[in-house]
Each structure stands twice: as C-alpha cells, then as structure tokens.
Design a protein. Structure first.
Ligand SMILES: Cc1cc2nc3c(=O)[nH]c(=O)nc-3n(C[C@H](O)[C@H](O)[C@H](O)COP(=O)(O)OP(=O)(O)OC[C@H]3O[C@@H](n4cnc5c(N)ncnc54)[C@H](O)[C@@H]3O)c2cc1C
Length: 222
C-alpha cells in the first residue's frame, strides 16, 4: 500500500518538470530526478547540510517554479551555498585531489577513447596533463554566448560541450534549451522567489494548473 502511495505521489510530482519542459524533456531523466531526489536530500542532510525544518523537525517545503504543492526543501535563501559547502567538505574528507583555478582545455584521446585531459593552470599559466581511466564532464551550461544571462559571470562557458565535440565523439543535443532564471537578476528572499516561480496571474489570483502557459512563459506573467 505504501509503495502504491509512493508511486502515485511520484507520478504526480513527475508532471511538474514535464509540464515545465513543455513535454520536450527526456522522460527518463525527469523520472530519475523525481525518484532519486529524496535520497540525495537525505545524503546531504546526513553529511551536515542544515535545511529549514518545521516545528516538529520535519523538513520545511515550499512550492517552487510551477509546483502544485509545497515540495521543495530549502536552506533559507542560501540552499545552493549550503549544498556546495557540504559537498566540498565531503570531497575534502575523501582525499580526492582538488585543483582550483585549473581548467580542462582539451581531452586526451587514446585511439577513440578519452584518456584524460590537458589542463591550464589559471594561476601560473602552465599547461598540465591528467590521465584517467574514466573522464566525467560536468562543466555546466553555455550561457556566456549571450551578452546578458542570469548565470554567474564565472560559469556558463560551454567548455564541456566544446571539449566533447572537439574530441570527436560527443553528439550535442537540445542546444536550443537555455534557461533564463526568473529571479536571476536580483537576490530575493525565498518566499518571493517561490511566488515568482509559481504560476500566478499578473495581478492576483492563482492560475489553475490547466491555465498555466507552457514552459518558461509562466515566468513571463510576472
Ligand atoms: C539565479 C539562479 C537560481 C537558481 N535556483 C535554483 C534552485 O532554486 N533550485 C535548483 O534546483 N536549481 C537552481 N538553479 C539551477 C542550478 O544552479 C543549476 O542547474 C546547477 O548549478 C547546474 O549544475 P552543474 O553542475 O551542471 O553546473 P555548474 O553548477 O555550472 O558547475 C559547473 C562547474 O564546472 C566548472 N568548469 C566549467 N568549465 C570548466 C573547465 N573547462 N575546466 C574545469 N572546470 C570547469 C565551473 O567552474 C563550475 O564550477 C539556479 C540557477 C541560477 C542561475
């Protein structure tokens, strides 16, 4: 019975990213997000992230972009910072070698397999080589191709796309899907952030789910 309830809840939650993505999303990826998020939240909490809680110590939740009920956990107005600080601490504990201010500028190829990367040290300008059995590209998006975006100035270079493409094996997909975050131009406290991301009419009155315009145009009503 409990697993049926869980399945019904997951199906209901799955509708939000799919509707937000105008049903152009990869359904498998959307389902992974929905089914695995609770465990990742528990991981972060176990590793020391301090999220807001209700009076009875149950994790507090708010409705964020397009959600029909409160289901986003948060840490004040610094959720991202809390998560990054926790993950950085975890990496320190593992002894994994970190190289700050070092960029991968090309992938090394061994026959048709990726065998590591050529790096550039932003401090001294030296080039380096890292060899690896497995290479994961997690370099974020590519919004720097726009003069103005809602991403931070340091990221969004599209390096990962270029590295994979130049290496000859990566097929770039969905390149036209770029998010401009509705509250990215200013810092808002979470309730405003949540309201801004919620489907509302320009002057009062919450939209019903059926009335929501598709995808990012929800934000256009602000
Ligand atoms: C204003 C704003 C608000 C947001 N609010 C939310 C929210 O409330 N909830 C939510 O879930 N998401 C939110 N997001 C989205 C979320 O921040 C992103 O989806 C997420 O950070 C993407 O993670 P990522 O690891 O793919 O990329 P990133 O976080 O961009 O990380 C990529 C990393 O790769 C590094 N890098 C890039 N190129 C190279 C290179 N050549 N060599 C080495 N390193 C490189 C970068 O320095 C960076 O550290 C928000 C985004 C914005 C802009």
């Amino acid at each position: 019975m409990q697993s049926l309830q869980k399945k019904i809840l997951q199906d209901s939650i799955l509708k939000t990213p799919c509707a937000g993505g105008a049903y152009l999303n990869d359904p498998e990826l959307a389902e992974t997000l929905v089914t695995e998020s609770p465990d990742r939240f528990r991981d972060l909490s176990a590793w020391g992230s301090v999220f807001d809680v209700e009076e009875d110590c149950v994790p507090a939740q708010r409705p964020f972009g397009g959600q029909r009920f409160s289901r986003t956990c948060y840490a004040g107005d610094r959720s991202g910072h809390e998560m990054i600080a926790t993950l950085t601490e975890q990496i320190r504990n593992t002894g994994i070698r970190q190289m700050q201010e070092t960029s991968a500028i090309d992938l090394l190829m061994d026959d048709r397999r990726v065998a590591g990367a050529v790096t550039l040290d932003g401090g001294d300008g030296n080039l380096g080589v890292i060899t690896a059995d497995a290479t994961v590209l997690a370099t974020g998006g590519g919004t720097r191709c726009y003069d103005i975006s809602t991403n931070c100035a340091a990221g969004g270079t599209g390096d990962g796309f270029a590295l994979g493409y130049r290496a000859g094996g990566a097929t770039l997909i969905d390149m036209e899907m770029v998010q401009f975050h509705p509250t990215g131009g200013a810092v808002y406290p979470p309730p405003i952030h949540a309201a801004a991301s919620s489907p509302r009419r320009p002057r009062g009155g919450r939209r019903s789910f059926e009335e929501q315009p598709r995808g990012g145009t929800v934000y256009g009503t602000l």
